[in-house]
Ligand binder design. Structure first.
Ligand code: ARG
Length: 288
């Protein structure tokens, strides 16, 4: 269990046969979108000719941060750096498991300076087990921890060799999954972790072999529709009970409720213009 105290459930009514979902307190790292903009295009969502509203992005981001705090989580903030408009997507900054920090090394030149900026934050915070990686990997964008296993995406951003590198560093089994749809260029846009042994995902975003692996590992997974995947419904954060996800992913909200989770809709439409939403803005600090 990555976590500590239990948050008291908020007392919603569920049908009796549903499992009681227990939220656990998380420590999260976020980066205020002070310099947010879409000035380049490195994924199909990004159109630099379309205007962005930085103050709206800030307000939407603050709502997400306040929601985390209201739910009992703690949120650390890293100082945004000018000329790094995608730095708001903190999930990409590193992967932290058991207090060990696997640094991020970005695929595109536009984002490479983010890797050292995040790594420095961890060093300043006193993290000692910190690795500057050899191979390209985009942090929790492509590394998702499910209990004592790590699911790892490749195909667009993270180099498959980084999967072995992460397995060696963390000493946890890393399972490679290959993405095929450019609109789901990071694993966290196609799959979300719900609990220590449950996920939800969009099968069409993966190769047939990776789909078969997911069916084997998670036969009871929540399967997202094309509509819910298209509005970034899988770019979600779960504390074991509350699942924060885009409001527009209506089908997923219903499926999650039917399984006893408490879905909470979040509007991050301004950040979606860069191809990011809830999970992209959130890096989980899984301290020992
Ligand atoms: N514009 C950013 C990129 O393409 C968005 C990153 C979204 N982050 C994520 N964890 N999926 O790199």
């Amino acid at each position: 269990m990555p976590v500590t105290d239990t948050i008291t459930p908020t007392g919603s009514t569920y049908r009796d046969r549903q499992p009681e979902r227990v939220a656990t307190r998380r420590r999260l790292l976020m980066c205020r979108p002070r310099h947010y903009d879409v000035t380049y295009s490195i994924n199909p969502w990004m159109d630099p000719d379309r205007s962005t509203d930085t103050s709206l992005a800030l307000r939407q981001w603050e709502q997400l941060r306040d929601l985390y705090i209201d739910l009992g989580h703690s949120v650390e903030e890293i100082k945004p750096v000018e000329d790094l408009p995608d730095m708001v997507f903190a999930a990409n900054g590193a992967t932290v498991v058991d207090g060990k920090v696997f640094g991020a090394r970005f695929r595109h030149a536009e984002r490479t300076a983010e890797g050292p900026a995040y790594l420095r934050w961890f060093q300043e915070q006193g993290y000692r087990d910190v690795l500057w990686p050899e191979h390209i990997n985009e942090g929790e964008g492509d590394f998702l921890t499910v209990g004592r296993r790590i699911l790892a995406g490749t195909g667009f951003r993270t180099d498959v060799r980084a999967h072995a590198e992460a397995q060696e560093f963390f000493g946890l089994p890393v399972t490679s999954l290959t993405l095929v749809n450019p609109r789901h260029y990071h694993l966290d846009t196609a799959l979300a972790v719900l609990s220590n042994d449950e996920v939800m995902y969009y099968p069409e975003a993966f190769t047939p072999g990776s789909r078969a692996v997911l069916r084997t590992l998670f036969p009871n997974a929540v399967i997202a529709s094309a509509e819910d995947a298209a509005v970034f419904g899988l770019n979600a954060f779960s504390d074991g009970r509350h699942v924060l996800l885009p409001t527009a992913a209506k089908g997923l909200h219903a499926q999650l409720r039917a399984r006893g989770f408490e879905p909470i809709g979040v509007e991050l439409t301004e950040l979606l213009k860069a191809g990011g939403s809830v999970k992209c803005c959130t890096l989980e600090l899984r301290d020992r």
